[in-house]
Design a protein around this ligand. Structure first.
Ligand code: GDP
Length: 324
């Protein structure tokens, strides 16, 4: 079995098999995975993390493929994480789409991986954070996180990005969807894809109106870029907008700040995960039933039980009994 230090070294050398293995450790949340993330996190911090979100069918995957080729042509190394908060299965639908990525598979400057929720959202944003740390340490300077699905989960994943692209397409009632998901607030760049279809200009106008309504205090004015991802039209403009946003973040010192925001978010996430895990453990123990009874009879306070659960350490096999 390879050690964490050996794996970290290979990852930093850009070895694709090592990267894949590291990502598996991270995704499974093994102790080695956690140690790996801790040891490589400090080695990274250079990568520009770009979130790409929007309703299913707007053309995100197609856009990611086209953007990857453009970024490669500009000399970047591109890591891609396709994150699916709605699917409990790894792979599946997203992987199907990836057949189109094959031209990049042989390219050592591109690495692509799907991450799925396995039914546990907090775990997913932690896995995404860990996966980012791995790709960052491996020297991918542009990391694209594509999310499928909509809503809170997406917003949470997007907190990990420096720059978020919201993708819309004409004729999908996107305006309504966008407002619903609170997605306008998280977007720094708006892409109206399928510009070859009727209604693209209408979508752009609607978007402009909505963005001006909420933008009095913004000093970054989110650009709206029209694309035909299928024909790679407008992709250069998307890449330019991404670069402009990076420059903007650097000039304000916000690029570095984002790392602190990410770190803080991950501490909160880990805490929530840990509490959930301890609660699940406590429920498996005989004392759980006794506690419920004791609280219901007024012998114990619910908050005493809560504290006992939080204070239980893994090595403390009977830690849960001390209240009785
Ligand atoms: P996703 O679900 O957002 O990832 O969307 P996909 O990238 O899978 O694209 C959904 C469908 O839209 C596919 O059939 C694409 O071929 C098609 N598509 C993507 N980009 C364009 C475009 O610019 N114009 C048109 N007409 N179709 C597109």
């Amino acid at each position: 079995m390879i050690s964490v230090a050996q794996l970290a070294e290979k990852i930093q050398a850009g070895d694709k098999r090592a990267i894949a293995r590291g990502l598996t450790w991270v995704e499974k949340a093994t102790p080695e995975g956690r140690e790996l993330v801790r040891s490589i996190f400090a080695k990274g911090g250079q990568a520009h993390v770009i979130g790409i979100t929007g309703a299913p069918g707007v053309g995100k995957s197609t856009l990611v493929n086209a953007l990857t080729l453009t970024l490669r042509a500009r000399g970047h190394r591109v890591g891609i994480l396709a994150v699916d908060p709605s699917s409990p299965f790894s792979g599946g639908a997203i992987l199907g789409d990836r057949i189109r990525m094959q031209e990049s598979v042989m390219d050592p400057g591109v690495f692509m991986r799907s991450l799925a929720s396995r039914g546990h959202l907090g775990g997913l944003s932690r896995a995404t954070f860990g996966a980012l740390a791995v790709l960052d340490a491996a020297g991918f300077d542009k990391i694209l996180i594509e999310t499928v699905g909509a809503g809170q989960s997406e917003v949470e994943i997007m907190q990990l990005a420096h720059t978020t692209l919201v993708v819309l397409a004409p004729g999908l009632g996107d305006d309504i969807q966008a407002i619903k998901a609170g997605i306008l607030e998280i977007g720094q760049i708006f892409v109206v894809n399928k510009a070859d279809r009727d209604g693209a200009d209408h979508t752009v106008r609607q978007l402009k109106t909505m963005l001006t309504l909420g933008s009095e205090t913004l000093d970054w004015v989110p650009p709206i870029v029209k694309t035909v991802a299928e024909k790679s039209e407008g992709i250069g403009e998307v890449a330019d907008a991404i670069e402009q946003h990076r420059t903007f973040l650097f000039q304000r010192g916000l690029f570095q700040d984002r790392r602190l925001v990410q770190t803080e978010h991950m501490i909160e996430q880990s805490l929530a995960d840990e509490v959930a895990r301890r609660l699940a453990d406590a429920r498996q123990r005989p004392v759980w039933r006794q506690w419920i009874e004791a609280v219901s009879h007024g012998e114990l306070d619910a908050s005493q039980v809560a504290l006992a659960i939080i204070e239980t350490r893994e090595e403390d096999s009977d830690g849960l009994k001390h209240l009785k």
